[in-house]
Ligand binder design. Structure first.
Ligand SMILES: [Fe+2]
Length: 298
């Protein structure tokens, strides 16, 4: 059976003595239980193939297909298929830089993601970590006044807005159809569908709170985020090729960390779709049609 060693943080564990590509049912049960308890799991030196990676993701649920290439995985890389290193002007590079802001995957889609699973294929000489933050602990440690203030509040989640805040402009059709269905509206306080624990559901895609002045809403969201992503509820994983990490998007924020962008960093990503019963939300009409203007790059 796997050895599960908690991280030195409010969440997360390293799982060893297991081969993800050939788990027994009992081992999978231990992994699934640990996923719910720790919310993020690191599996060193797994070296999964494409198919093995997708199969591991499928253990958690249906795979969210991110690109129109027929694959259930997506490469996240600053090295293009033709071998060139992406330049700062390229949209894919801007997406990678956007990922350096704290977020939860697909919160800007009507159906948010359940889990995200990364593995490292090529890592830069230093940095390029993936950092996680535990929004269960962040919620638990809020004072009662703040808990009362945010209970019942909802926020819009938009990739247009988050990329604009990062200084980039996105347009319809440039990616996989986000906002085709309007802008999702999600509660700031999320109840985990399995554990029942409450967590803060925020991050860079959240940008407007109905019933609140936009500037005040942004300040509240910024203040909550700054407070939330502090030790002991953060962990930065320094990748080695072959490592696998999976986290629960329903209660964990994540971000990519900078590195020397002239060096290749090649990750493979499998995203598990949320269950519609708990992760599908109402959408408002596209915010751009509602007067939303991207801010200029500085
Ligand atoms: Fe992400």
């Amino acid at each position: 059976m796997p050895t599960i060693t908690p991280l030195d943080a409010s969440f997360g564990a390293v799982v060893t003595d297991i081969k993800l590509a050939s788990m027994s049912d009992a081992e999978w049960k231990a992994v699934e239980d640990a996923f719910h308890q720790y919310a993020a799991l690191v599996f060193p030196a797994q070296h999964l193939s494409d198919d093995e990676h997708v199969a591991f993701g499928r253990r958690f649920g249906k795979i969210e297909v991110l690109r129109n290439d027929g694959n259930e995985f997506a490469m996240i890389s600053n090295k293009a298929a033709d071998g060139h290193i992406l330049s700062a002007e390229e949209k894919r590079f801007q997406s990678l830089r956007g990922n350096e802001g704290w977020h939860t995957d697909s919160s800007y889609m009507p159906l948010a993601a359940k889990a995200s699973c990364l593995t490292a294929l090529v890592v830069p000489g230093s940095r390029g970590e993936t950092e996680l933050a535990d929004m269960r602990d962040a919620y638990d440690k809020l004072d009662d006044a703040m808990k009362a203030k945010i209970e019942g509040l909802v926020a819009y989640h938009s990739l247009y807005a988050s990329q604009a805040k990062a200084g980039y402009v996105f347009r319809t059709g440039e990616s996989y159809g986000f906002h085709k269905y309007g802008t999702p509206i999600r509660p700031l306080v999320k109840v985990h569908p399995v554990t029942g624990r409450k967590s803060l559901f925020i991050g860079r895609h959240a940008f407007r709170i109905p019933g609140m002045d936009d500037a005040a809403a942004q300040k509240l969201l910024d203040d909550l985020l700054e407070y939330a992503v502090q030790p002991p509820r953060t962990y930065a994983h320094q990748w080695q090729p072959g490592d696998v990490m999976i986290w629960d998007n329903r209660c964990i924020l994540h971000r990519a960390c900078p590195y020397d962008y002239s060096e290749p960093r090649i990750m493979r990503h499998v995203r598990v779709a949320g269950e519609p019963e708990t992760e599908l939300v109402q959408t408002a009409p596209d915010e751009r049609a509602d007067g939303f203007e991207p801010v200029a790059a500085e």
